[in-house]
Design a protein around this ligand. Sequence first.
Ligand SMILES: [Zn+2]
Length: 151
Amino acid sequence: MMTPGHRSIPDIAELQPGLTTGPGTRGEVRLVGQRCAACGTRAFPARLRCVSCFSDSTERVELSRVGKVDAFTVVRQPPPGYRGPVPYVLGQVLFDNDLVALSHLAGKPVEDWRRGDIVASYAFELPVGADAAPHRTFAFYPASPQDLAEA
Ligand SMILES: [Zn+2]
């Protein structure tokens, strides 16, 4: 199942280096977090030190692409600098067991989102700033059977 809006992205410059892997052939990306070598605590996004024990002995890890919508809101008044369409959906997604990401939810109409929806991470392009330059980040889309099979 193809979802619209995340296919023309791979040649756009990466503006958040290290936050995700590069996109695959379907535009899919993995979020990149960290795992503490001392206590095993994982975090997303990666930070300078472990969020639990403050060790600086951490490693980058690629995380699961599939998650579940825990909460969301419909944004009708965009933040300063945002040049994308409104309304849009901003969601809190639980993924890779216990991690949380705040992200756009895309790929279906705003009114169709529900708590508990199963989603997968894809590259996502947002026009931002005075020149509405494309800014590549990630968003969660409804998970396809292929996303679930690869999870
Ligand atoms: Zn730690």
